[in-house]
Ligand binder design. Structure first.
Ligand code: GCU
Length: 614
């Protein structure tokens, strides 16, 4: 039976990859100009109607719903966006959403339908909903995240496109909503593309679909779209920030209120609805030991928007990372956005609490959310639990460095996650990239992103997970000399002594040198183990071997004077099509300290012991 299933799977794969090859030349959706400009933040603080739940889908590997037989995009009226129904007995319509399968939103499609486990291509989604006109409100549809490309339609009219699988976006629908029944239709395509971000090669499952929540958001005619309320860089008692109101036609008097801190700051916006402010405040600072969140309200003539904000200062000084001016060692762990206990993308608050709860059990005060922006629940729960966050843009491995649209795409995704999370105390650093091969074009691409990040958000550190270099003439020396580090506050690097490089004992012999006076975070290390497989510690894939890798690396870490943090790779075994060893990997990357069924491995306790000793 297993052989038959595998043969079916291989045939399905051939079919889908055949479609991929055909459609690589498809008319590309242009990269939108700065979609974050229109992003509405703090959705949980808004008046929303959830569109989560059962959606109809049409699996469309041949792009029947999108292209004519000459591969030209159909007009919406001739595409599945129309959600057409036969008007008479001779009408020939060759699709019907309401007789098509149902899936849950939020949720990747791979884990919901067996025939979609490996699917890469287009799936059309349709959700009907009732709406009653409200002339006093503006209406938006907000998506927490859709992987990878979304073309969105309401009642047959195109709303817009979004490119990037891990960041939110919204479209205004005030004038397109019908009083009564409406239908929201998306074409979602997760085909990997060479020019995309990430590109075609990555070590995680290519989960496709509407992977995060969808909401209808009702807002006043003039509303607070975005804001930034932080401690002024380098201070512990000065709040500064700005508010951007959408729909303002004249100056508006607004107030920033933090009742628990006795603050009621009145400011006036300019004619474009923008106001800046800076004022003294006596605050209980946010930290892992004391994850204090204040209720902060922004009062305008038409609304009061409330958020929960922690105030903290993060900076570097020589080799040190300072949290609220005090040196801190970042005891971390890498986490993929994969659900605990099941195959599939994580998206819920409960899943965030489980994953971050495991990190807490490990003794962590820090997590590296690899390799892309995670859902907002992870960041909100990290705020509440007092866990600092390394957030990462999916510039992963061999990106097309010379392609201007690829850079624009990467910058768009970085802007969207900064816009969404700029008021989250837990996020202390933005990572620009992961394991990118040295070249002039790569240095230009990522250093431009780093400069852009600093300009867009001067309150957070900038880092990247770089590769190490062991000079041939100094085989026991790790030289940290990536020129990109010039543009980073924190030097992140991945090393795999004992797994990809030599035996675990190799780590004992290594000396580390760095060309820069910056804090070092070892952003990946470790090795694989099948949970429950015990034996000789020289036997690869045993828990004993993985534990030995950890023990020797920890000995090495204790000898690195400028080490200020570690994030082992990684918390939990995760699905990857690259991991094929039968009986051991079976489609899972086994470097987790915890198995996909939630069982802790030996190395978990070794890492915990070291963290608890710090
Ligand atoms: C790399 C990469 C990870 C990958 C890991 C591994 O360092 O950054 O995404 O999963 O190695 O090989 O397991």
């Amino acid at each position: 039976m297993k052989l038959k299933n595998n043969l079916i799977k291989i045939n399905l794969l051939h079919t889908y990859f055949f479609c991929l090859i055909i459609f690589q030349g498809i008319a590309q959706t242009p990269i939108p100009d700065n979609p974050a400009e229109n992003l509405i933040i703090n959705i949980q603080g808004r008046n929303t109607f959830s569109l989560d739940g059962k959606w109809r889908i049409i699996i469309d590997p041949m792009e029947v719903g999108y292209l004519d037989y000459r591969l030209k995009p159909n007009a919406p009226a001739n595409s599945f966006a129309a959600n057409a129904k036969p008007q008479n007995m001779s009408d020939r319509i060759e699709y019907d959403f309401d007789k098509s399968p149902l899936v849950n939103v939020p949720g990747d499609w791979n884990s919901q339908l067996k025939e979609l486990e490996y699917y890469e291509g287009s799936v059309w989604y349709k959700r009907s909903f009732q709406y009653t006109k409200d002339a006093d409100k503006r209406q938006f549809i907000y998506f927490g995240g859709v992987n990878y490309e979304a073309n969105v339609y309401l009642n047959g009219k195109k709303l817009g496109d979004h490119i990037g699988g891990f960041t939110p976006f919204n479209f205004e629908v005030t004038d397109l909503l019908e009083d009564g029944e409406n239908h929201l239709v998306l074409r979602v395509n997760n085909t990997r593309k060479r020019e995309a971000v990430p590109t075609v090669n990555f070590d995680w499952w290519n989960y496709g679909g509407i992977t995060r929540s969808v909401s209808l958001v009702a807002l006043p005619k003039s509303f607070v779209k975005q804001y930034s309320i932080n401690l002024k860089n380098g201070t512990l008692n000065q709040i500064e920030g700005w508010v951007q109101i959408e729909g303002a036609s004249e100056k508006q008097k607004i107030a920033i209120e933090i009742p628990e801190a006795g603050i009621n700051e009145k400011v006036s916006t300019d004619e474009k609805g923008y106001a800046q402010f800076s004022f003294k405040a006596k605050l209980d600072l946010w930290s892992p030991a004391n994850p204090k969140l204040y209720e902060v309200s922004i009062k305008t003539p038409s609304e009061t928007l409330t958020d929960k904000i922690g105030f903290r200062d993060i900076s570097v000084d020589g080799y040190d990372i300072l949290l609220n001016k005090k040196p801190v060692f970042l005891k971390g762990i890498c986490i993929h956005e994969e659900a605990p206990y099941r195959f599939g993308r994580a998206f819920s608050r409960d899943e965030a609490q489980i994953l971050l709860g495991w990190a807490k059990e490990l003794g962590c005060n820090f997590v590296r959310l690899a390799h892309y922006p995670h859902n907002e629940n992870m960041i909100r729960v990290a705020d509440e639990m007092g866990i600092m966050v390394w957030a990462e843009n999916p510039v992963y491995w061999t990106i097309l460095w010379d392609n201007p649209d690829t850079y624009k795409n990467a910058q768009n995704q970085l802007t969207e996650v900064i816009t969404r999370d700029r008021n989250r105390a837990s996020v202390i650093m933005w990572s620009m990239a992961n394991e990118t091969p040295l070249s002039d074009s790569r240095l230009t691409f990522i250093s431009n992103l780093a400069k852009y990040s600093k300009k867009t958000d001067p309150t957070r550190l900038v880092t990247a997970a770089l590769e190490i270099h062991v000079p041939e003439d100094k085989p026991n020396t790790v030289m940290l000399e990536d020129p990109l580090a010039e543009y980073l506050d924190v030097y992140g690097c991945n090393e795999y002594f004992g797994w990809y490089v030599g035996t675990p004992e190799k780590a004992d012999t290594m000396r580390w040198e760095m060309k820069y006076t910056k804090p070092l975070i070892i952003s990946e290390f470790g090795g694989g183990a099948l949970q429950g497989y015990f034996g000789n510690k020289k036997q690869v894939w045993t828990e004993d071997f993985q534990n030995d890798v950890y023990q020797h690396n920890i000995v090495m870490f204790n000898k690195i004077p400028f080490l200020r943090g570690t994030t082992p790779w990684l918390l939990k075994d995760f699905k990857s099509p690259k991991r094929l060893l039968p009986g051991i990997q079976d489609g899972y990357n086994r470097k987790g300290l915890i198995s996909e069924t939630g069982v802790k491995k030996k190395a978990f306790y070794t890492m915990k012991k070291w963290y608890d000793s710090k």
